[in-house]
Design a protein around this ligand. Structure first.
Ligand code: APR
Length: 259
């Protein structure tokens, strides 16, 4: 075991309350592509170009094509050892809240898998960017379960709201849109209350989520980062564990008493 891992395990063992912030990197080993870095582009589009209300107004077919492709891909994926280690942590004795920027639902599936016949709710994530498997009406905002495969063959075939006939869109937060105020304030509250923040697989570039760990730091807590590369948050972290989260999280969280 590396000295960094030993130190990180001591910090976890000593923590009274933990917040976890995850990003796309935690799902990379499940086969869900990240947004940035290697494999981060889809048909040479950047997420900042497609995941916007303007892109949807201009070209809903292309935006739906991207989301339909992602829904299909995610439906084939399963939680990995990183999701499961976090779910077991949150179901354990130290109060822990998982805050995720991911819309893929894999933390929720891990919570159910790890809980078995017991209550999964302590391990259910606060999803600050929404959920890709839900639709939201762009007119009346009603939310409904979304189809895994959307017919994007023409503008007329795109999904419509059963209540008001408005255009349905994925229930995710796009660039330029505000996050749900209650969800956001819950994320920052649990970050302030925590004395340890575990930041996993996020480039820490997209605000306001990237500031969640800073709330823990500002209230006197510490930060552990798990990522395959350094990020803008690394300088703030007490320990940076460099490597894939599917391997490092079980070693960090499951390996018995801290050294
Ligand atoms: N283990 C740990 N970290 C990994 C792994 C892995 N196996 N693979 C990749 N990473 C790291 C990358 O080094 C990078 O820092 O995951 C991070 C992924 O960064 P992004 O793709 O930018 O994802 P994220 O930070 O979640 O993006 C934030 O941007 O497009 C929006 O709304 C979208 O929620 C998303 C937000």
């Amino acid at each position: 075991m590396t000295e960094e891992m030993a130190q990180a395990r001591r910090l976890v063992a000593q923590a009274g309350r933990i917040v976890v912030l995850t990003g796309a990197g935690i799902s990379a080993e499940s086969g869900v592509p990240t947004f940035r870095g290697a494999g981060g582009l889809w048909k040479s589009h950047r997420p900042e170009e497609l995941a916007t209300p303007e892109a949807f107004a201009r070209d809903p077919q292309t935006v739906w094509e991207w989301y339909s492709w992602r829904r299909g891909l995610i439906a084939e994926c399963a939680p990995n050892h990183g999701h499961l280690a976090l779910a077991r942590l949150a179901l354990g004795d130290t109060p822990t809240t998982i805050v995720t920027q991911n819309v893929d639902g894999l933390h929720t599936r891990a919570a159910h898998e790890a809980a078995g016949d017991t209550d999964p709710s302590p391990a259910l994530p606060v999803e600050v960017h929404g959920a890709i498997d839900r639709d939201k009406c762009s007119l009346c905002a009603v939310r409904t379960p979304g189809a895994t495969s959307v017919d994007t063959s023409s503008h007329a075939s795109l999904p419509r709201c059963a209540t008001c006939n408005g255009m349905l869109r994925p229930d995710v937060v796009w660039f330029g849109e505000a996050l749900e105020p209650e969800i956001l304030s819950r994320a920052f509250q649990v970050a302030r209350d925590a004395d340890l923040c575990l930041v996993v697989g996020t480039s820490a570039l997209v605000q306001p989520a990237a500031s969640v760990p800073l709330a823990t730091l500002q209230s006197g807590g510490t930060l552990i980062e798990v990522n395959i590369e350094l990020t803008p948050l690394s300088a703030e972290a007490e320990v940076s564990l460099l490597g894939p989260s599917g391997e490092l999280l079980p070693e960090l969280l499951d390996a018995g008493p801290a050294p």
